[in-house]
Design a protein around this ligand. Sequence first.
Ligand code: HEM
Length: 221
Amino acid sequence: MDATATVTPFSTLIRTASHEQHTEAETSTFMSDLLGGRLGVDAYTRYTEQLWFVYRALEEAAEALRNDPVAGPFIQSELMRSTELERDLAHLRGENWREGLEPLPATAAYAARVAECARTWPAGYIAHHYTRYLGDLSGGQIIRDKAEKTWGFERKGDGVRFYVFEQITNPAAFKRGYRELLDGVNADDLEKQRIIEECKRAFALNTAVFRELGEVFPLSA
Ligand code: HEM
């Protein structure tokens, strides 16, 4: 094989391969309407609810994967978001936030796929881990800023705590470290290819959630 074929770092491969899906997610009608300030706080709340189901799946599985030879190095407590989401939801929905909370069908499918990967394919779990946490550390900060301005949340306070990584003081350095973890992932080329495919699936699952949210919160136009 041509030696250069294996030179591209895995972190670059996965970013490049998911670039198109990223644009699609970023420019989805729901995201555009939400970040364009065209939707009410009820839409933001419903979106946050969906995130809670996804992060619960990601993080309930985390403990069991901590010593896994492939996914283990990715499990880092400073990334965990469930507690923050629960505080945000208590603020958005009230103390009894859990009552009557149901995932949209697309969210249930997304969470089920995360749980399935965690249970049966730790390398696939990495794809989901990357898609969410590296995104939250990046574009998530733009979303926080818009949410604070649009719905008047206290800066980095209740309602937007999901986007605040208290224990990560230098996100750029953290992301560099994360990319190094990706580059050193304990998987052969075929398995890396499968992880990339799962990452595309993770993006598609996110886009499907946006689509359903868009149906629940259409613009009256
Ligand atoms: C309006 C919504 C979004 C905006 C404005 C946004 C913006 C960004 C920006 C600016 C970056 C680059 C940061 C950097 O180079 O350090 C980024 C990276 C990323 N975003 Fe998003 N994003 C959005 C939605 C999403 C969604 C829905 C997902 C997936 C669930 C996602 C996943 C990612 C990932 C995985 C990265 C890291 C790419 C890499 O460096 O490997 N983003 N985003």
